[in-house]
Design a protein around this ligand. Sequence first.
Ligand SMILES: *Cc1c(COP(=O)(O)O)cnc(C)c1O
Length: 382
Amino acid sequence: MDTLDAFARRKLAALEAAGLRRALLPTARLDGVHVLRAGRQLISFSCNDYLGLAHDPRVLAAAHGALDQHGAGAGASRLITGEHPLLGALERRLAAFKGAEATCVFGSGYLTNAGVIATLAGANDLVVLDELVHSSLLSGAKLSGARVLTFRHNDVDHLRELLGAHRAGAGRCLVATDGVFSMDGDLAPVGDLLAVCEAHDAWLMVDDAHGLGVVNGGRGAAHGHAVPLRMGTLSKALGSYGGYVCASAPVIDYLKTRARTLVYSTALPPATVAAALAALEIVESEPERVAQPLRKARRFAALMDLPEAQSSIVPVIVGEARRAVALSRALEERGYLVGAIRPPTVPLRTSRLRVTFSAAHRDEDVEGLAVAMRDVLREESP
Ligand SMILES: *Cc1c(COP(=O)(O)O)cnc(C)c1O
């Protein structure tokens, strides 16, 4: 039998051989755009801090103030320590911005998805997911104990077919999709998905982790549709950390009573909440900033002859994992940090360079990256 160490070594060796071993490389963020890695300063096109708010002086001032006034940690779960007033303020502000009746903030986007799905679906129920949804939605679906089916990416007819065949045999049914797909940057057909869900008595959940602060004036891909469950994260365009879901008042009250990832996990630190709240105020008051990531993504896509960008995420799909890693290294040598995304994060043979754009990038940075990207693609050894 394997010892624990032998098991881990054998797994790592197999991943190494397949070009799939991952490493954590010490990299310090210096501001919204620049990072320091191995003593070199790079321009990063790999952060989800789409509005440069993680370093905004107003966000930092709010966080410093809360840190000094309320301390470093929350002390316990929200139901135990008592509700921190900052959390209520953030939830009300998010609900107003999203046009929702109520909002619940969780410890992270991952905890939100795991908690919401596992609370609303159970053993006799059905959860149907787009095949490219974020891993945290799949974790929630598995945790729920419900039967899990997947429909082809953005294929509304396939969803209709699956619900037609399997909806009747299940109790409750929840359908989940990303609003903006995290590794492809494309948008879900939210209105069409909602119509199919309503026709089959299914609840639609849209994960707008990459939509908030970027698409539809920052209100996300589900904006303008009566989607009953709209989740998102405070960790990306808001430059802070945490997750949330918007829904009706009874649904939010039920989640606050029963979602295990909320009830049994410590509340967010006050400074993190204050930072998210200050960032949300900036999103609401600076539409010009919100328009920038998409504008820059479109500029890059045009320079690269790629299809028009729909969000701040532009994938350059290169196929094999090793090729993506080699191209990422070559870009790093030219001063650009662009992540190589490999299976199982993306399907086999669709490894890619995932390029993300921020309001903090200068137009010269975007143009420089396009030149470097064309160079490294041209210089590849055949
Ligand atoms: C990042 C992400 C999450 C998780 O959010 P965190 O706050 O980072 O835990 C969930 N869904 C999608 C689509 C994401 O990209």
